[in-house]
Design a protein around this ligand. Structure first.
Ligand SMILES: Cc1ncc(COP(=O)(O)O)c(C=O)c1O
Length: 404
C-alpha cells in the first residue's frame, strides 16, 4: 500500500510499543513489573470523578465551542496566576486533547517546509515527529548526562539560523527529568525575542518538581516575548488524568485563533465531560497534588539509591517528572546484548520487567525507568533487574562490576 510521504518520516512511539508488549504478556498471565509507563499509578481524585458524574447526569454531553467552554478556559487561565504570577485571559487559551494536541496544533499553525525548529536531546519523540509531520526540519541540540542533561542556552543559540522558526523546550523533561534553569531560559528568550523566533514550552510535568529549583519559565517568557510564546500543559500528569485528555495551549490571541481553526476542522472540542472534570481538577482542592508529589519524591530517592548501588547503572538524580534515565553501556557488549532495545526485550522476556529503551529518545546506551508505580513493585523490579544482570555476568557476556 502507498501512503502519504509524511508517514515515512515518523515512527511508532517507542513508549507505546513497550506498553503494548507488556500488556500482551500481562494478558497472557505473566506477572510483569511495568516500569515503562509514562503515567501516574494514582487514581484520579474523587472530586474530579464526581464532577464528571454530575456532568453526565446533567446531560452535559453535547458539542461545546471547539476551544472549550469559557469556564474551563477561565479555570486554566486563573490556575497560572498563583503558580507563576502572570495574568492570562481566556482568549489566550485553547483546551486540547492533552498536551500532545496542544503541541500538535502549534506545529500545524507555525511550522512549514523550509523551517527549522530547535529542540534538545534526549527528547520525548513526539516533539520531533510533530515537527516532521508539519514538514519542518528538527534541529537537535544535545544535552549530556555529565552535567545532568542541563539545557545550555549557548548551545541552543549556536543552532539558530535564518531558517529557525521556533525553539521547543521541554522542562521538566521526559525522559531525563531535567529542568532548564531560569537563567538559561532567559538567555534563550532574549535571543529568540531579538530574532522573532517563537518559543514553545512544554511544561506538562510543571507540578512534578521535587527539589527547590526555581522554575518560573512562564513569567520569564512572558516578560520577554509574550507575543511569540506558547505554553503547553495538561491535567494529565499533575492530577493523574492521562486518559481524560484535558490539556491546553496558552499563547497570543491570534495564535489561539489559528489553533482553533485547526482543531475545529479536526477534532473539535475535547470531550464535554472531561471539560467539567478539568474544571474540578484546576479549581478544586489541591492537597492531592502534594500527596502524590511526596510519594513520587520518596520513590525517586529510593529507586535511585537501589539502582546506583551497582556502578553499571550510572544515573543522575533528576529534579522533576517521574523518570530515571540510567546509562547502562556496561551491560552492553558486541558479543551479548548490543543495544538498550535488545536489553529491554531481554528483560521483558527473561524477568518480566518493562523498561523503555533509550534509542527512541535519541539516547543509545540509556533506558527510561518510570517510578510512577508502587514502591513494592519498584523494589521487585530492581531486584529482578539485578538478577538479570547477575545472569548476564555469569554467562560471561559482561564483566563483573568493579565495586559491588
Ligand atoms: C514531555 C511530554 N509532553 C507532553 C506529553 C503529552 O501529555 P498528554 O497526555 O497530556 O497529551 C507527554 C506525555 O507523556 C510528555 O511526556
Amino acid at each position: 500500500m502507498t501512503f502519504a510521504s509524511r508517514m515515512s518520516r515518523v515512527t511508532v512511539s517507542p513508549t507505546l510499543r513497550v506498553a503494548a508488549e507488556a500488556d500482551r504478556l500481562r494478558r497472557s498471565g505473566v506477572n510483569v513489573v511495568d516500569l515503562g509507563a509514562g503515567e501516574p499509578d494514582f487514581g484520579t481524585p474523587e472530586h474530579v470523578k464526581d464532577a464528571a458524574h454530575a456532568a453526565l447526569n446533567a446531560n452535559f454531553t453535547k458539542y461545546t465551542p471547539s476551544a472549550g467552554v469559557l469556564e474551563l478556559r477561565d479555570a486554566i487561565a486563573q490556575h497560572y496566576l498563583p503558580l507563576y504570577g502572570v495574568a492570562i485571559k481566556p482568549e489566550n487559551v485553547i483546551a486540547t486533547a492533552g498536551a500532545k494536541q496542544a503541541l500538535y496544533n502549534a506545529a500545524m499553525v507555525l511550522f512549514e517546509r523550509g523551517d527549522e525548529v530547535i529542540t534538545h536531546s534526549p527528547f520525548w519523540p513526539t516533539i520531533v515527529d510533530q515537527i516532521k509531520l508539519a514538514d519542518a526540519t528538527p534541529v537537535i541540540v544535545q544535552t549530556h548526562r555529565e552535567d545532568g542533561f542541563a539545557i545550555k542556552a549557548q548551545a541552543i543559540i549556536d543552532a539558530i539560523t535564518p531558517k529557525t522558526k521556533a525553539i521547543i523546550v521541554n522542562s521538566p523533561c521526559n525522559p531525563t527529568g531535567a529542568l532548564i534553569s531560569e537563567g538559561e531560559m532567559a538567555a534563550i528568550a532574549d535571543a529568540a525575542a531579538a530574532r522573532g523566533i517563537w518559543v514553545i514550552a512544554d511544561v506538562t510535568y510543571e507540578r512534578l518538581i521535587y527539589d527547590p529549583v526555581p522554575h518560573n519559565l512562564v513569567k520569564i517568557l512572558f516578560d520577554r516575548m509574550r507575543d511569540r510564546t506558547v505554553i503547553c500543559s495538561a491535567t494529565s500528569k499533575t492530577y493523574a488524568m492521562t486518559g481524560w485528555r484535558c490539556g491546553w495551549a496558552i499563547g497570543p490571541k491570534e495564535f489561539i485563533g489559528q489553533c482553533n481553526v485547526i482543531q475545529g476542522h479536526s477534532t473539535s472540542n475535547i470531550n464535554s465531560i472531561t471539560q467539567k472534570a478539568g474544571i474540578a481538577a484546576l479549581t478544586g482542592p489541591q492537597d492531592g497534588v502534594a500527596v502524590m508529589l511526596n510519594e513520587y519524591r520518596q520513590r525517586r530517592d529510593a529507586v535511585h539509591g537501589w539502582l546506583t548501588a551497582d556502578p553499571r547503572f550510572q544515573c543522575v538524580k533528576p529534579s522533576g517528572a517521574f523518570y530515571l534515565f540510567p546509562y547502562v553501556a556496561d551491560l552492553l557488549s558486541p558479543a551479548g546484548i548490543k543495544t538498550t532495545g535488545e536489553l529491554a526485550e531481554a528483560m521483558l522476556t527473561e524477568v518480566a520487567v518493562a523498561i523503555t529503551p533509550g534509542e527512541g529518545f535519541d539516547a543509545p546506551g540509556f533506558f527510561r525507568l518510570s517510578y510512577a508505580t508502587s514502591i513494592e513493585r519498584l523494589r521487585e523490579g530492581v531486584d529482578r533487574m539485578f538478577a538479570f544482570v547477575a545472569a548476564l555476568e555469569k554467562s560471561g557476556k559482561i564483566p563483573a562490576a568493579a565495586n559491588r
